[in-house]
Ligand binder design. Structure first.
Ligand code: 5AD
Ligand code: SF4
Length: 466
């Protein structure tokens, strides 16, 4: 259910009487030099937070578990759908009644970029607003606040500073995320990302591979290359490495056993990526290829740059690989003007592709996007109905697909241990969750063979094969 907007916070808009205590030295001595960081949204945001934490830790800050214990409170935010933005403002609204004297409250990420200085009006206790391209400047911005500046912003979008943070504090001990391309040059009519994350910038291939080698030396065996359109990667160095070559080069780094990548854009998805997966088993057999809709008309209105037929050609290319490759997708229902027949074409796309998993969303109008001005909005209840129908269909497909795996043996990178005895979990190369039993004492971070004995729509059940 959608959360109602935080009305009290909205009422504060334009309130001029609130003033921040100017002297930051009011923070108690325990809180000084500590930060709390909460992250909303996608893997790119999770990874950005790892970089922010790294930058602060390198400057001697200490991370704490609660905002109460922190001198610096940061929210790394998401604005992909209105619900995500509401969540952020409702979190900020909690400070209306909290003691914030002496603390610095900062908004980072996509809401920061989208709303800019308007955040100061909506939540006057915020004094720092910083988009993802300016994180390296955070210590300097915090220093400005500490020396009496009232409010600071970092809202540039065209720098590539984010790639080269000197330290990244990684949260996931089993999988290391690595941004290889920032921003987006596509212009899907519903999407706010080109606005919040700016134009596409690719990171130098030698710098990416250097980081992969460092990660392997630190003990990571799985890396995931990230980008909004990861396969649009364009190496800025004279080497001009293609994306598929980069995947192969990363897989060849000693110690690396799995290379993942997400998210791929169908228009830039080329045959050499499939060949790379075929020729190198360390490149994971999983492609996330957002279709968004199965209707050619809606795809055109969405400015997705491909037709249904062209999308299906890419699927055929992936299905033609020698290794079975899992395919997952994103679907938006209720785009303006989506008729019942358009929606049925999306359902038929699900039947045709038989995705291994999908993320589905109700269309949410976003500021600064072309679709905002489109006629024929779909009522919320109808969007909800379509979403439920779509999810039910996918549930059936997933159950059937997972059932076919019973009896197979799959390799699992173990990343979880249940409180229940002998119960472990992890991911296959194809990104399926496997919950399995094993009498072993310690398996975390290791690769084990599991025999699949059961299946649910969202996971496999198995036992350690010895
Ligand atoms: N409304 C609903 N879903 C959206 N997405 C992006 N923008 C919107 C929007 N305005 C979805 C797309 C994208 C995923 C990350 O979020 O499906 O692939
Ligand atoms: Fe948004 Fe489209 Fe770019 Fe994906 S490709 S980030 S949906 S504009």
């Amino acid at each position: 259910m959608e959360k109602p907007f935080d009305i009290q916070l909205e009422r504060l808009t334009g309130q001029a009487s609130y003033s921040r205590p100017a002297a930051m030295n009011l923070a108690s001595s325990q809180e000084r030099g500590t930060f709390f960081l909460e992250t909303f949204g996608c893997q790119m945001n999770d990874h950005d937070s790892e970089k922010v934490a790294g930058v602060l830790l390198a400057r001697g800050y200490r991370q704490v578990e609660t905002p109460e214990a922190a001198g610096l409170i940061l929210y790394n935010t998401c604005s992909i759908r209105e619900k995500a933005v509401q969540k952020v403002f409702s979190r900020l609204g909690e400070y209306r009644t909290k003691q914030v004297e002496g603390k610095i409250i900062g908004v980072l990420g996509c809401v920061a970029q989208q709303e800019g200085e308007a955040i100061f009006e909506r939540a006057p206790w915020v004094s720092l607003v910083c988009g993802s391209a300016s994180y390296r400047r955070l210590p300097e911005m915090i220093a400005q606040l500490e020396t009496g500046n009232h409010r600071v912003t970092g809202l540039d979008t065209d720098t590539d500073e984010t790639f080269e943070t000197e330290m990244t504090r990684r949260d996931n001990p089993f999988r290391a995320y690595l941004t290889i391309i920032e921003g987006c040059d596509k212009s899907c009519s519903y999407c706010v990302v080109p606005y919040t994350r700016g134009p596409e910038r690719s990171r130098a291939s030698d710098s990416i591979l250097r980081e992969v080698r460092q990660l392997a030396e630190l003990g990571y065996s799985e890396v995931q290359l990230l980008g909004q359109t990861v396969n649009s990667y364009a190496d800025p160095t004279p080497r001009k490495m293609r994306f598929a070559e980069l995947l192969l080069a990363a897989a060849e780094v000693p110690g690396i056993r799995r290379v993942r990548f997400t998210t791929s854009h169908p228009s830039d998805f080329t045959a050499d990526i499939v060949q790379a997966i075929d020729s190198q088993p360390k490149i994971c057999d999983h492609v996330h290829l957002p279709a968004q809709s199965g209707s050619g008309k809606v795809l055109r209105e969405m400015q997705r740059t491909y037709t249904r037929e062209e999308y299906l050609e890419k699927i055929a290319m992936i299905r033609g690989a020698r290794r079975p490759i899992a395919i997952t997708t994103d679907i938006i229902v209720g785009f303006p003007g989506e008729t019942e027949s358009d929606f049925e074409q999306t359902l038929s796309l699900l039947d045709e592709v038989r995705y291994d998993s999908l993320f589905s969303f109700k269309y949410s109008p976003r500021p600064n996007t072309a679709a905002l001005r489109m006629n024929d909005p779909i009522p919320e209840e109808e969007k909800g109905r379509r979403l439920a129908v779509l999810q039910e269909k996918q549930r059936e497909i997933q159950t059937a697909r997972n059932l076919t795996l019973i009896g197979e043996t799959v390799e699992v990178l173990v990343s979880g241990k249940s409180r229940r005895e002998n119960q472990w979990s992890g991911y296959t190369s194809s990104h399926r969750v496997v919950n399995f039993t094993s009498p072993a004492k310690e398996l975390l971070g290791t690769y084990v063979q599991a025999r699949v004995t059961g299946a649910t729509p969202n996971s496999l059940v198995g036992e350690h094969a010895v």
